[in-house]
Design a protein around this ligand. Sequence first.
Ligand code: SF4
Length: 389
Amino acid sequence: MIKREHTRVIHVGSVPVGGGNPVTVQSMTKTDTRDAEATAKQILSLEAAGCEIIRLAVPDMEAALALCRIKKELLKNSSHQQKARKREPVARSQNQKQKKKSDHSLLITHHSSPGIPMIADIHFDWRLALEVIKQGVDGLRLNPGNIGAKWKVKEVVTAAKEKGVPIRIGVNAGSLDKKLLQKYGHPTPEALVESAETHIRILEELDFTDIKVSLKASNVMKTVDSYRLFAQKYRYPLHIGISEAGPPFSGMIKSAAGLGILLAEGLGDTMRVSLTAEPFEEIRVAYEILRAVGLRRRGPEIISCPTCGRCQVDLKPIAQKVEEALRTLEKPVTVAVMGCVVNGPGEAREADFGIAGGKGMGLVFKKGEVIKKVKEEHLLEALMELINE
Ligand code: SF4
């Protein structure tokens, strides 16, 4: 059982992060933030995919001022979306179900826009930070050590404190301070943690502790070791991710390996999978990782057999069609796609629903029990009917 209650809790908008709350899934918009309409549209689609916190790049004042328009756009669309969307609470894993006392804290109900917390990603310019706080942003991603004069940091911290806006310190191996690179030779876990410590100290000296921290590198084990090292020293909640993970195939594997290790060790309070892909793919992968380590379940889990000499159907396109048909389902169900009617239902006994292909026909089953026999071309339709019953 994964134990993950050692960090303190902060709130990004109304979403709790840390302290054993469910690991939240976040992403970042890939639109030009100044294009409020396109950005709001992307946020809505990400939210529908299960995104719980959204980060936006704020490179200039025009982007900072666009936040207000983005919120308006979200507001315009939210009532429509609310009606269109069936809301399902996130299902708890078996492990979590056993924990009676924290039943409520283990559920996060999906927010409807404009409630999804928005984090502004800011580098260097304190004026942008002040402006986005004024615009009602829910969180900042900003490294105080990069802002410059202490009075500038103080102004930002004072405003953030007043509005209850937390700050994420985001250390990245690719942009480590020159002095640290000289000291350590290259971005080692020790260097990443020391960098985080420098930023933390600046905020703590201003009596600001509403902090979460990320320590990302594109190297999986370096990232893992950095978080491990940091967690030995601090209780600040952790935003975990593998930086620049890559194109979908390698990015998913690196994220699954790195974030899987961290989550299995109880590290990580909110996560982002970074992929060079459509942003909703990041959400899908994040939930698959959370499901794999038994922390959260959202949407269908599709299991399919590898096929063998007994298989009498072309299983690959069938599995792809099932995956496609279930893409928007929020209900946490396990669906099996098996290659033969003799062993399929039995082998997939644990699945909620399933189909098993035979020669020109197939079986539709529920919890290992055959419900009906249909022609091969009607298998998908029969399966969907059963799931939607
Ligand atoms: Fe082979 Fe049938 Fe098992 Fe698939 S379900 S691996 S086809 S025995």
